[in-house]
Design a protein around this ligand. Structure first.
Ligand code: MLT
Length: 410
């Protein structure tokens, strides 16, 4: 008899952002005239910059003549993009990596979700709580997380990050095999300092763990002291995989381009005692299951690193960070406690008057037509918090803050 993957049946409810979409669509159906502003899912609103668009057009032209037409691309990605990444994202911060350590992909969501596939099922994962739901849900689909009881998976180590510990996860007492860290953090908008990251690298080295470091929002760091990459920490190449993306850096949520770094120094012992290179395993997985990001899109991503591309990309990032300031300061004037929004495009706020996260979601949707993301959707320690994104248009951001200030009693 055909069997399904029973692990899927253990998943609680819908994927967070699908659930929000359903609730918002229901509301819109019942209130067709409502002007609903979404500051919920972190989706960009500003168009691709001219430098990227010109590169995309010219790459389309390349595809139109036999001399420059491209079929399947190289497994790791085109060297014009990999070289630009090595120089601009890493060498510029004192990090030396080789071209075979970079894998161009179609998204950090897919890669952070898929990477667990190359690890055994009996590993224990540790996640910060609240957390980007993809890490936990994909491990649950694989059957690594145990049972879902009272809002928690029995085989997941949750590391609470709340205002009380300044959103800094404590090292687990148990041994965590796979550790997910995200800095700048989605959803809390906070970052890990060099000192904090060093503790994690040391822990991983001592315990034979692997760190999955999600740096999808690194372009939003404004403070020079905050590390952009985990490889700025000594020894990290032996224990960490890093995920980066053009989605938020350059408006590629709909265009799709990202990259994952798997250093050659990162090895794990197999059951037979052999040192196995994770780079080799990931390369094997990628070449078997993926045919690469299209040449056209990789050309667009490479345009982020021309002089003009850098200037234009910085302008859009500054635009979103100004939104972050407007939200942060507006909510603070109202008397709300806010976090993040300085080195990240997310503002994390404490719900007022003891409201639950979903109560605040419903209130804002129904009464002022503003959509945010309930903190509890990111994990049990997100209860009593709420996330707003800075990725809206300026007009909508200003209007949403005005509506919240007028409609919410604190
Ligand atoms: C979010 O809102 O957390 C992000 O947009 C989700 C994602 O990047 O997949």
């Amino acid at each position: 008899m055909l069997k399904i993957n029973e692990n899927y049946l253990k998943l609680p409810g819908n994927y967070l952002f699908a659930e929000i979409k359903t609730r918002v669509n229901d509301y819109k159906e019942k209130n067709p005239d409502a002007d609903v502003i979404s500051l919920g899912i972190g989706d960009v609103t500003q168009p691709l910059n001219d430098e990227i668009v010109n590169a995309l057009h010219s790459a389309v032209d390349d595809m139109s003549v036999p001399e420059s037409f491209k079929g399947y691309g190289p497994d790791h990605g085109y060297s014009f993009l990999i070289d630009a990444i090595l120089e601009n994202e890493y060498a510029s911060r004192g990090v030396k990596l080789g071209s075979n350590e970079i894998f161009i992909s179609d998204g950090a969501k897919c890669d952070t979700g898929n990477f667990q596939e190359i690890f055994g099922l009996d590993n224990t994962i540790a996640v910060t709580d609240p957390v980007y739901p993809v890490y936990v849900d994909t491990n649950a689909m694989a059957g690594r997380t145990g049972e879902f009881i009272n809002g928690k998976w029995s085989n997941v180590i949750y590391m609470p990050c709340t205002a009380e510990n300044n959103f800094t996860p404590a090292l687990p007492k148990e041994t965590a095999d796979i550790i997910y860290l995200c800095s700048p953090n989605n959803p809390t908008g906070t970052t890990l300092s060099k000192t904090e990251l060093k503790k994690w690298v040391d822990y991983a080295r001592e315990n034979g763990s692997v760190i999955m470091f999600d740096a999808a929002y690194s372009a939003y760091i404004t403070d020079d002291e905050v590390p952009r990459s985990i490889y700025e920490i000594d020894g990290a190449k032996e224990v960490a995989v890093e995920f980066r993306s053009y989605s938020k850096k350059a408006g590629f949520t709909g265009t799709r381009c990202a990259y994952t770094v798997v250093p050659n120094a990162l090895t794990v012992k197999s059951e037979s005692g052999e040192e196995v290179s994770l780079n080799n395993l990931w390369a094997r997985r990628v070449s078997t299951k993926f045919n690469g990001v299209s040449y056209i899109i990789q050309k667009g991503a490479a345009a982020v690193y021309t002089d003009e591309g850098k200037k234009q990309t910085a302008i859009t990032i500054a635009y979103y960070m100004e939104n972050a300031r407007i939200i942060r300061e507006g909510l603070q004037e109202l008397g709300l406690k806010t976090f993040g929004g300085v080195n990240a495009p997310y503002i994390w706020l404490k719900t007022p008057n003891g409201m639950t996260s979903w109560e605040l979601f419903d209130k804002l949707l129904n009464e002022v037509n503003v959509v945010g993301t309930p903190g509890s959707g990111f994990g049990p320690s997100g209860e009593g918090y709420f996330r707003l994104t800075a990725f809206g248009s300026r007009v909508n951001t200003i209007e949403a803050v005005k509506r919240i200030k007028e409609g919410l009693e604190v």
